[in-house]
Write a protein that binds this ligand. Structure first.
Ligand code: CDP
Length: 236
């Protein structure tokens, strides 16, 4: 059996690039679990599900819009979704359409928490992620990343890591991704989106504190330093 490495961390922590590069170095598969939530969000918007109502309801404590919650849960259970595991060429295909780029759009980032806080959606996607990790583990090992892998999806993984990063660095990375620049204005615009999504996500997965047995990796340095640190944890 190949090695299972699972990595959690907040948006903008650089964990995607870090995990892809580390998977490639290990000759292992790569799994982006956030892509599953983004794909369900994309399909829900495509189907005209009222995610805005779900989002508005879910941002009030204890509030859910049960009609749209049930619609999204049943959509998730029946969704034709394929997530690639080649670290050199990740792809996401929904209902035969390549949505690899489309699921990164800001309309998805803005709506995805409404999908990710739906517990029935999580149950379905977690089951699919566990199956995908098991297939990769049996073949060549895997580096998987997300928000709840070290605690919920794969608490028995051989290597569990929480990525943290200097806050200013995190916002700058995200601004560069979203706006193509990390100047001050872009960072400020980014701050609102990042802070809001962290808050919305924090109700379902704790990715700011390392659980017992989870190593903390500070990814504030260069990509090479991060990869070296993760490879060292994988080899330990
Ligand atoms: O790349 P970025 O950090 O912006 O987000 P992502 O990893 O693509 O995840 C997108 C969204 O999916 C997150 O904001 C969470 O709402 C959700 N997610 C989750 O709930 N559990 C995971 N294991 C991974 C992602």
């Amino acid at each position: 059996r190949g090695l299972v490495v699972v990595v959690d961390g907040p948006s903008g922590s650089g964990k995607s690039t870090l995990c892809r590069r580390t998977a490639a170095a290990l000759g292992a598969g790569y799994l982006d679990t956030g892509a599953y939530y983004r794909a369900v969000c994309w399909a829900a918007l495509e189907d005209g599900v009222d995610l805005a109502a779900a989002a508005a309801a879910s941002s009030t404590p204890g509030g859910r819009d049960h009609g749209s919650d049930e619609a999204v849960a049943s959509l998730a259970r029946g969704l034709d979704l394929r997530v690639g595991t080649d670290p050199e060429r990740p792809y996401v295909i929904v209902r035969g359409t390549d949505v690899t780029a489309a699921i990164r759009e800001s309309r998805i980032s803005a709506a995805v928490s409404a999908v990710a806080t739906n517990l029935e959606v999580r149950a379905e996607l977690i089951a699919r992620q566990r199956a995908a990790i098991a297939v990769q583990a049996a073949e060549r090992g895997v580096v998987a990343e997300g928000r709840d892998l070290t605690t919920v999806v794969a608490p028995d993984a051989a290597v569990r890591v929480l990525v943290v990063v200097d806050e200013q660095r995190r916002l700058a990375r995200r601004a560069l991704e979203l706006h193509g620049t990390s100047d001050e204005a872009a960072v400020e615009r980014t701050r609102d989106e990042v802070v809001r999504r962290d808050r919305d996500d924090s109700t379902v997965a704790s990715f700011t504190e390392a659980a017992d047995g989870v190593a903390v990796l500070d990814n504030s340095g260069t990509l090479e330093e991060g990869v070296e640190a993760l490879l060292a944890l994988a080899a330990a």
